[in-house]
Design a protein around this ligand. Structure first.
Ligand SMILES: Cc1cc2nc3c(=O)[nH]c(=O)nc-3n(C[C@H](O)[C@H](O)[C@H](O)COP(=O)(O)O)c2cc1C
Length: 184
């Protein structure tokens, strides 16, 4: 099994999404001894904004397509994903590699792999929240990966992380336990 492990939080050791992705990868390795892991820290080694030349360089899309399971740390920054993560996603949407347009519109070419997202947030954006419509983080990731043909996407949530230590600990514990229960 090939695992691609992506982190994008700027918060280093204090990051909850980094703790959750690490737990997911530990769990995957326990379930699949001998799994190969490639790690990419998009905060420490940030990609620049996309250029036309980048669209001709397929190194990152090759790395992505070589993975059976992709584990992504995706904190909410200003209602959506960090620009660090967006810069990486911009390099995966390559016509002819991950999607194509045909007579019936677009179709995804990157199906057959699993994506697991550690989705962390300071507040609450569930369906009952008055600001549910501000949630452009999971919605964006589900839309993006759906567009390139990936339907097997799992979100592990830790919400309300900015609302005091009790809520933070409870949310993080819940997500770490969910990582242990993943059927992978
Ligand atoms: C630059 C920045 C922007 C943020 N924007 C939001 C936001 O729009 N909504 C929210 O609920 N939390 C927001 N937060 C809080 C983070 O989502 C929260 O701290 C979460 O724990 C980040 O994940 P991490 O612990 O892996 O860094 C923001 C944090 C930072 C640093």
């Amino acid at each position: 099994m090939n695992i691609l492990h992506i982190d994008s939080s700027i918060s280093g050791e204090a990051s909850s999404s980094r703790k959750i992705t690490a737990a997911v990868v530990r769990h995957l390795i326990a379930r699949h001894p001998g799994a190969e892991v490639i790690y990419r820290d998009l905060a420490a080694d940030a990609l620049p904004h996309l250029t036309l030349a980048d669209l001709a360089d397929h190194a990152l899309v090759d790395e992505f397509l070589a993975a059976d399971t992709v584990v992504i740390g995706a904190p909410m920054y200003n209602f959506t994903v960090p620009t660090h993560l967006k810069a990486w996603l911009d390099r995966l949407a390559i016509a002819g590699r991950t999607f194509q347009y045909g007579a019936n519109g677009p179709s995804g070419l990157a199906g057959g792999r699993k994506v697991i997202v550690a989705s962390t947030r300071g507040g609450f954006y569930g369906p009952d929240s008055p600001i549910a419509s501000y949630e452009l983080q999971d919605r964006y990731l589900a839309t993006f990966f759906g567009f390139i043909g990936i339907t097997d996407i799992t979100f592990l949530h830790a919400e309300g992380l900015a609302l005091g230590p009790e809520q933070r600990d409870r949310a993080l514990k819940g997500a770490l336990e969910a990582a242990e229960r993943l059927a992978v």
